[in-house]
Design a protein around this ligand. Structure first.
Ligand code: GLA
Ligand code: ZN
Length: 688
């Protein structure tokens, strides 16, 4: 990406808000340099200043800003302005505004709410993008383009243009209306269609319970957004750009399929705003780490942390400040997971409107002598010695399947628990268990290649789209290990239930089938106990080798299994299915699968994944016991490994049980890690 390796450091900068204050603009440059900032993102919300009247472009001010940044050694990520439009545009062409699912068109205002099908909007965005590209594509400051801002798929647009595009898309997918009727099961409640033109998008005042329709609508919205993004990128290319293009993705965003959207871009970037200091910070760090891993795994290459707050936000329920040291820990966590940047929203705090109280590098007080500025500047200084990390890759032997189409189907299904299926929570239990092992993990959709991993964690994979079951089976056949849970392999890509034994296609391998699934009330629990101990008081010492040795609480969902060829590790302790299998182990060809039939507590996942990782030959990044609040990650580049050890606790923690070889790149080799402290080690990779 860049000639000299460096970590990109900076953030969103909105000089258009300060054009009448040259002293402030000058001060910004001085402060950026003092903070070690080497890149800023500009232009993203500047449409009304860049094109104050239709067709009248005014780029001179931006050119002056970009020149000045360049002269001061600061690079630019050039934004395109489609995320928010000028009033004149909405007034002249109301079709650019989104329409609600009850047919009402939104009024002008806010952002991220344009119709992504509207030919007029695409044309206007295309024109300004092309003009910007023509003006800036050869500018030496511009290292990257950033189209739009946080593309949003919710609420989706229900205008007549989008509806017609949906019908056309369905025709391409199903060819005949008979095929659509069959795949969508429309004979149920007599909802058969006679033509594609009759199909309406799902709506709160219309159809909402034809799940295949809802699923295809969500797929269509993603496709349409990707098409919109491609239109933006095409215009930039027509304007002559050769720099890479990205857009900023969001935390656990469920209204677009990022697997698909990210294909439009050269590199992935995302915006991270965790809720820190609420409960356990290591859990927040893990949750954030999981998103970092998901974003990195979209392309298996370095990505960017595009936004994060230097202190609080202004849109969370409570705008908590980051305690001293946390800003550094959170930034370095991005590097640990494979990001080549630490970027903030925003460089200078806006004076009015909705984000006037959002955290910023420079606040309304306007001095460098603030706690936040000092922390930002200290990080900027340290990053100057970490440039060699940029471009290095994360290698993982373990993958966790987190699949957005599965989530869409699972949560709409009207099945065993409409009061919460807890998919994300179950994914996180697996993720936490994996990270406790001190290994790297990729987080992938079920459509991705899994063949290079040794161990797969597959929680609640309700939907088996074409080929998924076969690929899981092949993975085990070739010696892979899988942890699979309840409510997997239930429906196809149209949310049509599989007939016959389920988990579909895997029952031979597992030696079991799901007979029934029981939904538990929120306050109900069951308990999983080792098989032999179900009728006796529990005595740990007597447990045979390789058996589970504990009792685990489970909630929400309990499957009742028919097991004919698997070893039962745990059984239920309660209810009419007391004594029946709840955790099993199946050996198939060269591999092994553990199956969990109920929503068990965290410790169950910890113990099973530890066992399975041992069988799968997974080696931790560093040996020795890792304290609960410590995260370990690594990146590699040309025979060198960078090991990150981070304490996400507000108290110091002992790390003397960890074997920390290699030389110190950041921090100090000591027996304790201070609150929110990071140690980065550098070492050669054995055998390279
Ligand atoms: C998002 C947006 C930014 C800003 C921040 C505030 O990430 O991309 O423009 O609104 O949120 O947290
Ligand atoms: Zn529309």
């Amino acid at each position: 990406m860049m000639k000299q390796r460096k970590i990109l450091y900076g953030g969103d900068y909105n000089p258009e808000q300060w054009l009448d204050s040259p002293d402030i603009l000058e001060c910004d440059i001085k402060y950026m340099k003092a903070a070690g900032i080497n890149v800023v993102t500009v232009g993203m919300f500047a449409w009304s200043v860049l094109e104050p009247e239709e067709g009248k472009y005014e780029f001179a001010w931006l050119k002056r800003i970009v020149d000045n940044l360049y002269q001061n050694g600061i690079s630019v990520i050039m934004g395109t302005p489609s995320g928010a439009r000028p009033k004149w545009l909405a007034d002249a062409y109301p079709e650019v505004l989104r329409v609600r699912d009850d047919g009402v068109r939104f009024l002008f205002g806010r952002r991220h709410n344009h119709c992504y099908t509207s030919p007029v909007y695409r044309e206007k965005v295309g024109s300004i993008n092309k003009a910007l590209a023509e003006c800036f594509h050869t500018h030496p400051a511009v290292i990257m383009w950033h189209v739009s801002n946080e593309y949003e798929g919710k609420p989706s647009c229900h205008c007549s243009l989008c509806k017609a595009a949906f019908q056309k898309w369905l025709k391409g997918r199903y060819e005949t209306i008979e095929k659509l009727n069959a795949k969508w099961c429309t004979t149920f409640w007599s909802h058969r269609y006679q033509s594609f033109e009759q199909v309406e998008p799902p709506s709160s005042v219309g159809e909402q319970e034809l799940h295949a329709l809802t699923l295809d609508w969500k797929r269509f919205v993603t496709e349409q957004m990707a098409d919109f993004a491609e239109n933006e990128i095409r215009a930039l290319k027509e304007g002559g750009i050769s720099q890479p293009v990205t857009t900023n993705l969001m935390y656990d965003y469920q209204c677009l399929n990022y697997d698909r959207l990210s294909q439009c871009f050269d590199l992935v970037s995302w915006d991270s705003y965790p809720v820190w200091h609420r409960g356990s910070d290591i859990l927040t760090a893990r949750d954030n780490g999981m998103q970092h891993d998901f974003m990195r795994s979209l392309k298996h290459q370095p990505y960017l942390l595009m936004e994060s707050s230097p202190s609080g936000t202004n849109w969370q329920g409570v705008s908590k400040l980051k305690k001293p040291g946390l800003l550094r820990a959170a930034g370095l966590q991005a590097l640990a997971h494979g990001s080549d940047s630490i970027l903030y929203f925003q460089i200078r705090q806006s004076r009015g409107a909705s984000e006037k109280f959002h955290g910023a590098v420079i606040d309304h007080y306007g001095g460098m002598d603030t706690r936040v500025f000092e922390e930002v500047a200290a990080i900027g200084k340290e990053l100057q010695n970490l440039g060699e990390i940029a471009g290095s890759r994360v290698r993982a032997d373990v993958a966790l399947i987190y699949d957005i189409e599965n989530l869409w189907a699972l949560e709409e299904a009207q099945g065993p628990r409409n009061d919460g299926m807890y998919y994300h929570e179950t994914v996180m239990k697996m993720y936490n268990a994996i990270k406790k092992l001190g290994v790297n993990v990729d987080v992938l959709s079920a459509a991705r290649d899994i063949s290079s991993y040794k161990l797969l964690a597959v929680p609640m994979l309700y939907m088996f789209r074409e080929g998924i079951g076969d690929r899981l089976k092949e993975f085990v056949q070739k010696g892979g290990s899988i942890l699979l849970t309840y409510w997997s392999g239930v429906v196809d890509e149209n949310d049509r239930c599989f007939l016959g034994k389920t988990p579909y296609g895997l029952t031979d391998m597992l030696g079991l089938r799901r007979k029934e699934i029981d939904g538990l009330y929120d306050e109900e629990i069951n308990v999983l106990v080792p098989e032999e101990k179900e009728k006796e008081p529990f005595r740990e010492a007597e447990m045979p080798e390789g058996k589970m040795q504990e009792r685990y609480v489970c909630r929400n969902l309990c499957e009742i299994l028919d097991v004919w060829n698997a070893r039962t590790l745990m059984v239920y302790e309660k209810d009419f299915y007391r004594g029946t299998p709840a955790v099993t182990e199946s050996h198939y060809d060269q591999g092994v699968v553990y199956y969990i039939a109920a929503d068990g507590e965290q410790r169950l996942y910890d113990h099973l994944l530890e066992k399975l990782a041992g069988t799968a030959g997974i080696t931790p990044i560093v040996s020795g016991k890792i304290p609960e609040s410590v995260e370990v990650c690594s990146r590699e580049s040309e025979g060198t490994e960078y090991v990150f050890i981070q304490n996400f606790h507000h108290e110091a923690v002992e790390i003397k049980a960890m074997e920390l070889d290699g030389c110190v790149l950041l921090g100090e080799r000591k027996e304790v890690l201070n609150p929110f402290e990071t140690l980065i080690l550098k070492r050669g990779i054995a055998g390279e």
